[in-house]
Design a protein around this ligand. Structure first.
Ligand code: SF4
Ligand code: FES
Length: 341
């Protein structure tokens, strides 16, 4: 075990744990943001630099500070390590620069982007970015490409986090897409215009932190903050069948996997559940989905919803819903209880 001090708070974790995971063990507002790291995807992290922290003492044996900021998602803890995140001005200033860097080529098309409201980059820029940016050159632009029947790639929005590549590598048996070229010319593409066609391919949509990979069955159907997330399950031979249904009125507009407080999928789901079961009768409804992530998506869902504790724009605090609907009812809940906006 290794004991580290993170933003003045001591925590003990197993050897080999990353600094980011140690911070997540503490939880709350001190946890560094992550745009490319995804705890269930092996090899992820180290691409976006959103999670940079200052190590002011490397270990008990060698208490010298690390000369540069380090990516907390890929740097393992050492016993006696002291790390600063929210307490360190250099870290906070650098994070502003990282937002500016990620937005060099990313279009500011949130008003028409399907990911708006649940976009990690939107939240990251809102919480850590500067109001203005200095970039004056033209942004990279790409044509939108259909990669298979269900997914559209809008490369202009991609931040090259590689999550979709690791997802396809680790979840499907034949990855047909990846990052082509290097440096400024890098882009996500399929090999020789292949389509992504696999029963678990839809998960690349869920792991994409921005609106680069979108669900063609949901594109432009609605703004996410007008929809009602509801936990539901069905018997499925391919996956666990535990999903979130996103309702507008009585209509299921989309089906996604369930995500945790760090916006990471808890259990990956198959394409049949995601794309082909859009009727309430296909599902056993469990009740309203508690939105753990603090963002615009948490707004407007339930008329009686309230916040636990203090709400700040940097808060990761979970929304607790006071609602008539039980979370795990023994009987399926009538959808009449879910009010449309
Ligand atoms: S398409 Fe999305 S998930 Fe894939 S590398 Fe780009 S931003 Fe990341
Ligand atoms: S989350 Fe650590 S570098 Fe991207």
């Amino acid at each position: 075990m290794a004991k580290i001090t993170f933003d003045g708070i001591e925590v003990e974790v197993e050897d080999g744990t990353s600094i980011l995971q140690a911070a997540r063990k503490i939880g709350g507002d001190i946890v560094p943001p992550a745009m490319c790291y995804y705890s269930s995807l092996k090899g992820s992290g180290g691409k976006c630099r959103a999670c940079l922290v200052k190590v002011t003492a490397g270990s008990e044996k060698d208490p010298r500070p690390m000369p540069k900021l380090v990516a907390s998602c890929i740097t393992p803890v050492q016993d006696g390590m002291i790390v600063e995140n929210t307490l360190n001005k250099e870290v906070l200033d650098t994070r502003k620069a990282i937002v500016e860097f990620l937005l060099l080529n990313h279009p500011l098309d949130c008003p028409i982007c399907d990911q708006a409201g649940e976009c990690d980059l939107q939240n990251f820029a809102f919480e850590h970015g500067n109001v203005s940016q200095r970039y004056e050159e033209d942004r990279r632009v790409f044509d939108k490409i259909d990669i298979g029947p269900y997914i559209q790639l809008h490369m202009t929005r991609c931040i090259l986090c590689y999550r979709c590549v690791y997802t396809a590598d680790q979840l499907t048996n034949k990855r047909v897409h990846g990052v082509m070229n290097r440096g400024e010319a890098s882009e996500i593409s399929t090999y020789i215009a292949q389509s992504i066609d696999n029963n678990f391919s839809g998960n690349v949509i869920d792991v994409c932190p921005v609106g680069a990979l979108t669900d063609k069955t949901f594109r432009f159907a609605n703004r996410v903050w007008f929809t009602k997330p509801v936990n539901a399950h069905r018997h499925c031979d391919a996956c666990t069948g535990n999903v979130v249904l996103w309702y507008r009125g009585e209509e299921v507009l989309r089906v996604t996997a369930r995500k945790n407080t760090y916006n990471e999928v808890e259990e990956f789901i198959c394409n049949t559940c995601r794309f082909e079961k859009k009727s309430t009768k296909d599902w056993t409804i469990e009740g309203p989905r508690v939105i753990a992530k603090s963002s615009v998506i948490s707004q407007n869902h339930y008329e009686q919803g309230t916040l636990t504790g203090e709400s700040t724009k940097n808060s990761n605090k979970a929304y607790k819903l006071i609602d008539d609907l039980p979370k795990q009812p023994s009987e399926p809940v009538k959808l009449i209880g879910i009010k449309s906006v």
